[in-house]
Design a protein around this ligand. Structure first.
Ligand code: ADP
Ligand code: MG
Ligand code: ZN
Length: 475
């Protein structure tokens, strides 16, 4: 039987506020354990939570950017459960009345082209603390710095059908949250986390099958791998004539498989009820309008503008707007240049290849956008040719030196003095009578032979445009 996967994603994104959602403690990552704490976020008796307005503003911004309808009135509920990282014994979350609903995101995949993935809801909640296990000494420690850090949870409709689509959705959502600057998107630090729900159904059947929920997916690649694994596992179970069990499974990135964490029987009854310490949250039109005014250009609009203004291809514009850092890098680097397309090529090949091979992100690029711009200007003005440009770039990566200084030190200035080049071209022609005859006989491929000779003589520094003109006329 042919099975069709059905996938829905839940994303927890940490909001970039300075302070926590219900108290004034810092949200700074990496401080000594339990130093970002106070009686409110450690759940002492008698304290009262006070909602952080900035967190709500960020949630509204995220809702607008994902085409959601914002509820004028939403509410905070208590989600009750016991765990050592949750000192109050409940998490404050929005359950029955979330801040926003009914949104969507447009994604693009190679196989299925453009698609719309529904967003069921966005709700606000506080994060729990962190347990640090120390098996060597048979003890666990708790760090409550993260307790009370503001999160939004973005729940997708079960509209996703492949691992590739899931990856595209997550990358798009991640890019948008960073564009609007409400989340730093750091997946290693847990600022953007995803759970994936997956089920299979016989192709053509309307009802969904029984799902498993995957946790511990801390990179886009892991999400895709875990979903592929889970689709295969469930296919195997169903083909055996058995039933998929509704359970939570953990992705093990070292062994490339998922393992059962807890079944439905162990699922909690959270006994949700409205938090009596918090009044309903009212978001009026005025607030929404104010947030709208701060909305930056989103990826899709930026992509269209890059195509229009810089004459980039659809593909180039899409890659260059895939993250706000890359888009900003491109605009800074190409700013002084006439040929924006050339800047796009250099970024997409030379720069991104270097970053990929070194495994560093654009925000940590050893070559800054300004330095890169200087390099591209040298090439555009004909001071150095493209080959020399690559040499200078490699040197910039290693030493972070100014490109002009590298050009001087290495003597890479392009030879474009045409009388000098003319003599060289004449010599090459005199020294290679056989190749000249063959070329004139129609073996035009030999052009690169002559070009190569000149480049060798000048150690790659000849201006290829001038050499081409000279060769064409002399040959
Ligand atoms: P829970 O709170 O138990 O995780 P939700 O109803 O909030 O349950 O659903 C969570 C996610 O699971 C949503 O993204 C939804 O689209 C997805 N989902 C629900 N049912 C299925 C299913 N049968 N197969 C795949 N995904 C599903
Ligand atoms: Mg869930
Ligand atoms: Zn606190």
């Amino acid at each position: 039987m042919q099975f069709e996967p059905v996938i829905g994603l839940e994303v927890h994104a940490q909001l970039k506020t300075k302070t926590k959602i219900f108290c004034g403690c810092s949200t700074k990552f990496g401080n000594p354990p339990n130093t970002n704490t106070c009686p409110v976020c450690t759940g002492m008796p008698g304290v009262l939570p006070v909602l952080n307005k900035q967190a709500v503003t960020f949630a509204i911004k995220a809702a607008l950017a994902t085409n959601c309808k914002i509820n004028q009135e939403s509410r905070f509920d208590r989600k009750n459960y016991f765990y050592p990282d949750l000192p109050k014994g409940y998490q404050i979350s929005q359950y029955a009345a979330p801040i926003a609903e009914h949104g969507f995101l447009e994604i693009e995949t190679q196989i299925n082209g453009n698609q719309t993935i529904g967003i069921t809801r966005i709700h606000m909640e506080e994060d729990a603390g962190k347990l640090i296990h120390d098996p060597a000494r048979a003890r666990s420690m708790v760090d409550l710095n993260r307790t009370g850090v503001p999160l939004i949870e973005i729940v997708s409709e079960p509209d996703i059908r492949t691992a590739q689509e899931a990856g595209a959705y997550l990358r798009k959502l991640h890019a948008i949250l960073k564009y609007i600057d409400v989340c730093d998107g750091n997946m290693e630090e847990g600022s953007f986390r995803c759970d994936a729900n997956i089920s299979l159904r016989p192709r053509g059947q309307k009802e969904f099958g029984i799902r498993s929920e995957l946790k511990n997916l801390n990179s886009f690649k892991n999400v895709e791998k875990a979903i592929l694994y889970e689709i295969e596992r469930q296919t195997y179970v169903l083909e055996e004539g058995k039933q998929v069990i509704q359970e939570t499974r953990l992705w093990d990135p070292l062994r490339n498989k998922t393992t059962s964490m807890r079944g439905k029987e162990e699922a909690h009854d959270y006994r949700y009820f409205p938090d009596p310490d918090l009044v309903p949250l009212i978001v009026d039109d005025h607030w929404i309008q104010e947030v709208k005014k701060t909305m930056p250009e989103l990826p899709h609009a930026k992509q269209s503008r890059f195509i229009q203004d810089y004459k980039l291809s659809d593909y180039d514009a899409k890659v260059l707007t895939s993250s706000i850092e890359l888009a900003d890098f491109f605009e800074t680097a190409s700013g002084p240049l006439k040929d924006k397309k050339q800047a796009a090529n250099w970024i997409m090949s030379t720069l991104l290849a270097m970053l990929n091979s070194k495994g560093i992100s654009i925000s940590h690029s050893p070559v800054t956008a300004i330095a890169f711009s200087k390099l591209l200007t040298l090439v555009e003005n004909g001071k150095i040719n493209a080959t020399a440009g690559k040499i200078v770039f490699d040197e910039m990566v290693e030493t972070k030196k100014d490109p002009e200084i590298i050009v001087k030190e290495k003597g890479l200035e392009q030879v474009s003095d045409s009388s000098g080049l003319e003599i060289m071209v004449e010599n090459i022609i005199n020294e290679n009578p056989n190749e000249v005859a063959a070329y004139r006989d129609g073996k035009t491929k030999l052009f690169s032979f002559f070009m190569g000779k000149i480049m060798k003589k000048t150690q790659g520094k000849a201006d290829p445009k001038i050499v081409t003109l000279l060769l064409k006329s002399k040959l």
